[in-house]
Design a protein around this ligand. Structure first.
Ligand SMILES: Nc1ncnc2c1ncn2[C@@H]1O[C@H](COP(=O)(O)OP(=O)(O)O)[C@@H](O)[C@H]1O
Ligand SMILES: [Mg+2]
Length: 285
């Protein structure tokens, strides 16, 4: 009798086999249970992470909404205060001189224009942000050189009045799928800023192809912007020089609009600047 046969014939063998089978099944069940628990645990952790991420996103959105409303309220109230003050003075101002009266009317006009510009900019931002993917896909291919020529022609008289020289430095034949009116709006914003804030005697506009994309730059050699402002420059309502922006009828939304237009075209806008050395704003789409 071999050792195996004697083992199987021994009285304890079936019990042992049963115990081994039970052990194996138990191990398999435990292993299976362990794997399922591990998978479930991983799922719960990822669900918790997703939930935490969602909550974090919602908190950010809520903060953004509150900041936006409080900024907007401030932007509306500032001109309104001017308007109400001027109306009060005109109302009980029999003794107002003609020049005072004219000054009050000028305040009424300027502040109303500012409110109107604010409404236009808010609407423009909302429109750009809510452009559907379908509308983006339907962008026609346009010649950006034509857009630059248009902007140049539109800005030339304004620049000339301000004694500023406009230079169309480079205007390569670059085509891109885009909303030409929006690209024009972005460039007008950058050029108006250069005219209003830089104090530069010349503004250079250029377009070139780079790495299969179009790069448009608006450069001035004016006062420039301190480094600390650059990270927040494209935020809504952010101004470097609040008093100057107010004096020039700014809304603080121009660069936010430029950023959204660039992003709408799958691109971006950036700025390089240091005080006293001017600014170079670049849009790549
Ligand atoms: N070319 C520039 N040179 C100097 N400062 C600039 C220039 N462009 C923009 N800025 C600064 O950036 C701020 C934000 O610009 P923007 O968003 O267009 O707002 P707004 O023109 O309504 O003030 C401006 O208030 C101005 O202080
Ligand atoms: Mg502006």
């Amino acid at each position: 009798m071999t050792l195996t046969a004697s083992f199987f014939n021994s009285p304890s063998a079936p019990g042992f086999i049963l115990a081994a089978a039970i052990g194996a099944v138990t191990a398999a069940v435990i292993y299976h249970f362990f794997r399922r628990t591990k998978a479930r645990f991983a799922q719960l952790v990822s669900e918790r992470d997703t939930k935490e991420k969602l909550i974090e996103e919602m908190r950010k959105l809520e903060k953004f909404r509150r900041d936006f409303i409080s900024n907007l309220t401030h932007e509306i109230r500032t001109p309104l205060t001017g308007i109400l003050g001027a109306v009060d003075l005109l109302e009980d101002g029999e003794n107002l001189s003609d020049s005072d009266r004219k000054a009050m009317l000028a305040i009424l006009k300027n502040e109303s224009v500012r409110l109107d510009k604010l409404a236009q900019d808010i609407l423009a931002l909302a429109r750009i942000e809510h452009t559907s993917d379908e509308a983006k896909r339907a962008f026609a291919v346009c010649n950006l050189a034509d857009v630059l020529k248009n902007v140049f022609t539109l800005m030339k008289p304004k620049a000339a009045t301000a004694g500023v020289g406009l230079v169309l430095l480079k205007n390569e034949n670059v085509k891109a799928a885009c909303d030409a009116a929006l690209i024009e709006e972005a460039l007008l914003n950058l050029m108006e800023n250069a005219l209003k804030y830089s104090g530069s005697r010349t503004i250079e506009l250029s377009l070139e192809a780079t790495g299969g994309r179009a790069k448009i730059t608006v450069a001035d050699n004016g006062v420039g912007i301190e480094k600390k402002h650059l990270p927040r420059l494209f935020e809504r309502f952010y101004r470097v020089d609040k008093a100057r922006s107010r004096e020039k009828g700014g809304t603080g939304l121009g660069l936010a609009i430029v950023k959204h237009i660039a992003q709408l075209h799958g691109g971006e806008v950036s700025v390089a600047s240091s005080p006293g050395e001017g600014c170079v704003f670049s849009i790549i789409i």
